[in-house]
Design a protein around this ligand. Structure first.
Ligand code: ADP
Ligand code: MG
Ligand code: MG
Length: 208
């Protein structure tokens, strides 16, 4: 069962890297209004590095060790704020997973998502409304935990909340990160990190 989950981690990593390649130009464009325009590039570099680490891992590697090495490579190779946050938080999520466990239950996934979100909060020091990726991730994690029913349904409802909140960042002024000095220019455009977060969460839901 652990190998089965590991296989799903491999498939997901490859899908995320493909998606980031597809969206690279758009994510760069929305990072250029007030930021430095490199969010697409950073997400491509990070997700490619994560995929490469996973491909180079031993065939028998469990899901936790795969996600851990993916996170480490992402943080080291992406560059930029989002890269460090994504990489370190993937590692934090992996630390909640037991490689030896026979079974990976819905609650285990929900716990990993919360650890991922907590790590983003702790490392970045941002809050909801600061116009960061947290504006997609925190509503997602809250909604996922609150929803009853099947994991598929809960994930889909949480994705809808994440996408809506990510779009709504258009109205906000960035309080953190590189976009802060040019905050006014960012109004009318969504936060790139929130948009990429919502996209990835949506993609991951397709494999549940
Ligand atoms: P950089 O800003 O270093 O060029 P990126 O362009 O890759 O890095 O990422 C920018 C995104 O990082 C922002 O859109 C925002 O979502 C996110 N971000 C920036 N600072 C923080 C923070 N302190 N906490 C959480 N997310 C942040
Ligand atoms: Mg940038
Ligand atoms: Mg940058």
């Amino acid at each position: 069962a652990a190998l089965e989950i590991a296989q799903r981690v491999r498939t997901a990593a490859s899908a995320v890297a493909d998606l980031m390649h597809e969206q690279e130009a758009y994510l760069g464009e929305i990072d250029a209004y007030a930021g430095d325009g490199d969010h697409g590039r950073g997400m491509v570099r990070g997700s490619d590095a994560a995929l490469e680490a996973i491909e180079e891992a031993p065939e028998k590697a469990g899901p936790a060790s795969l996600v851990k090495s993916a996170g480490r490579s992402w943080a080291m190779q992406a560059g930029g704020t989002s890269g460090v946050l994504w990489g370190a938080s993937l590692e934090a999520a992996a630390n909640t997973i037991d490689d030896a466990a026979e079974d990976f239950a819905d609650d285990d996934l929900i716990r990993a998502v919360r650890a991922f979100a907590d790590s983003m909060v702790t490392l970045g020091g941002a809050s909801v409304g600061d116009k960061t990726l947290l504006d997609a991730l925190l509503p997602f994690a809250d909604s996922l935990e609150a929803h009853g029913g099947s994991l598929r349904q809960a994930w889909a409802a949480a994705v809808a909340d994440a996408k809506e909140s990510a779009e709504k960042t258009s109205e906000l002024r960035p309080q953190k990160g590189r976009a802060r000095p040019l905050a006014e220019k960012s109004v009318g455009h969504p936060d790139p990190g929130a948009i990429s977060m919502a996209m990835i969460l949506e993609l991951l839901g397709k494999s549940l």
